[in-house]
Design a binder for this molecule. Sequence first.
Ligand code: AHG
Ligand code: MN
Ligand code: MN
Ligand code: MN
Length: 338
Amino acid sequence: ADDLAMTSDIVTVTRHVLSEQFRLGVATTGDLTLLLTAITTTSKFIASNVRRARLINLIGMAGETNVQGEEQKKLDVLSNNIMINSLRASGKTAVLVSEENEEAIIIEDRYRGKYCVVFDPLDGSSNIDAGVNIGTIFGIYHINETNTKGSVQDVLKPGSQMVAAGYCMYGSSANLVLSTGKGVHGFTLDPGLGEFILTHPDIRIPPRGKIYSFNEGNSVYFHPPVTNYLNSVKFPPSGKAPYSARYIGSMVADVHRTLLYGGIFGYPDDKKSKSGKLRLLYEAFPMAYLTEQAGGLASTGTKRILDIQPTQIHERCPVFLGSKEDVQDLMKFYEAEA
Ligand code: AHG
Ligand code: MN
Ligand code: MN
Ligand code: MN
């Protein structure tokens, strides 16, 4: 009977977000619901392009370089345009920050709303041509003052002030993982319905995992706390099993696995990259927000990521996130160093 109930009572993203608001009993304007609907629509559109990329000549370089000095892929540019068009047209946004745009985009008056969205339109670009999982990451802030033109100051705020964050992973299925500050919930795109359906309610990261996920090709540059931590999981005291290595190279996919299976994902600062590689606003913050909402920890090694006060929209930061006990173990190596 339960199976039958499930198939006759599906929970879409819209229904889920509305029901969270009903539960709070607050009068809502529906603005956040509409904004999230715009984001889910872009995810479906990007997912459909990703599926057909090989067939419609969407593989390869776009020919331009972004502000990070990365050569843009065609899918980076297309996904970015899809996001900007949809977010602007939603009428719910005031300021947009994208990995692919040097400056923040200030939405013109006639389309202006009260939310600001920071996003990585296509995460894992280096994996596109090999057909490996990629994704889209986003974080949402409330504008400081409504009825004023938004500015970059509206998004230069600690990640703890986000009102929602999430990602969509384009893998064997399209998976949307979302938090509006009341836990983390996962949805799977039903291609027949064209809707994201709640399949992973209330995701909780196991308190300890068995997997470490680092690009160890950078080992020669790593600082001692990272090297020592990695040695501790690879050469544990006798009687304990060593951890397994898993590293996809798409943050979305590595974080998705970490949320579901536990363990630790890390992209440290090192002798070559003094702030690491991952971008604070649209990679580290949304993923740190989701990790904490799922009961895990997200740290730079010495401090909570969500507490960082950004000063520039494209700044980077070291990232260690995942199971609480695993991240605490890593942090002990930083304390020992201090
Ligand atoms: P993007 O494709 O949006 O530029 O992000 C790439 C990021 C992230 O997805 C991943 O965790 C990391 O770069 C991988 O870096 P390495 O190739 O240096 O391991
Ligand atoms: Mn990039
Ligand atoms: Mn990325
Ligand atoms: Mn990207």
